[in-house]
Ligand binder design. Structure first.
Ligand SMILES: N[C@@H](CCC(=O)N[C@@H](CSC=O)C(=O)NCC(=O)O)C(=O)O
Length: 280
């Protein structure tokens, strides 16, 4: 396994680092970023928040724009930000090169349909391959938290709900909550998963929550001036499903905030503190 260090920056007493490595699940080279707080050492390993970004993002957007390092350094939590899709000349993209499908839009699932199924296995990468690499390489514990934004909020919710033993708590900003019923999700699932709509439900947070009560606590923040709210996100449906089975889900709605990283930066401290409360 080669792990190539591309970038190292000291930040709030800790370290932001960017790496490239060959990924077996995705069948291509991948980049990820990690923030290691100053407390992290072999003698005192720290838990890890996995952050899943949204459409068009790479590992860089969150690290550069969210303003998360100060509070992560204070709390002693590492943050790992993977890319949002497989990358490279061999990796197929949307024919129209649109932003909502293909490169930069892996939807955190395992594609079953050709030509997507050669590379698009972001679910396996995020749940298994990347944490194994992180836990082998860096001074971290096996405790994981998960969070994300928009498409990454969908990823955080579905991955967290499906793996209660692996993720202690779940948070999301402006998540796509019911992708089987909304345009971004339907386009992606049709291509990646094919015509059988039953198979789509396995990657839909509302459907997962209707099936089973979540064992973890969930925090969702949503801006009320978000241009994607009505058409794509549907947080009210997730809140209703949670209420139905007494899942511990808090949906906070904020006047005036949009879908951008200004919104994420405004509330990221609350998310890190929320995860910190669930630390073992
Ligand atoms: N107008 C944008 C649309 C893409 C966009 O808004 N991407 C969001 C995530 S949306 C859901 O997954 C994002 O995080 N963008 C990156 C950023 O740094 O703000 C476009 O056409 O690119």
């Amino acid at each position: 396994m080669t792990l190539e260090n591309l970038l190292t920056n000291k930040s709030f007493g800790g370290w932001h680092k960017q790496y490239r490595h060959p990924s077996q699940s995705l069948n291509c080279d991948m980049r990820f970023a990690i923030f290691l707080p100053p407390q992290a050492s072999e003698k005192s390993p720290v838990p890890v928040l996995y952050w899943l970004s949204g459409l068009t993002c790479t590992d860089e957007n969150f690290m550069q724009k969210a303003g998360a390092h100060r509070i992560a350094a204070e709390l002693g939590i590492a943050i790992v930000a993977p890319d949002t899709s497989p990358r490279g000349d061999d990796v197929p993209d949307d024919a129209d090169r649109s932003y909502d499908f293909g490169l930069g839009a892996g939807f955190y699932l395992n594609a079953t349909q050709s030509p997507w199924n050669t590379h698009y296995h972001m679910y396996d990468y995020v749940v298994s391959e990347l944490p194994a690499l992180i836990e082998k390489t860096f001074p971290v514990t096996k405790q994981r938290f998960i969070s994300g934004h928009s498409m990454g909020g969908h990823g955080a919710l579905t991955i967290g709900l499906k793996n209660p033993d692996l993720y202690s708590s779940i948070t999301a900003f402006s998540p796509i909550c019911n992708p089987t019923q909304t345009p971004w999700g339907q386009k992606a699932f049709q291509h990646y998963l094919g015509d059988n709509r039953e198979s789509w439900k396995d990657y839909d947070a509302c459907e997962l929550l209707k099936k089973d009560k979540a064992s973890q606590a969930i925090l969702i923040d949503q801006g009320l001036s978000d241009d994607f709210l009505e058409k794509e996100l549907k947080p009210e449906r997730l809140a209703a499903a949670a209420q139905e089975n007494s899942t511990n889900l808090t949906l906070r709605q904020h006047e005036g905030y949009d879908h951008s990283y200004y919104f994420i930066a405004s509330f990221i401290e609350d998310h890190l503190c929320f995860h910190n409360k669930h630390r073992g």
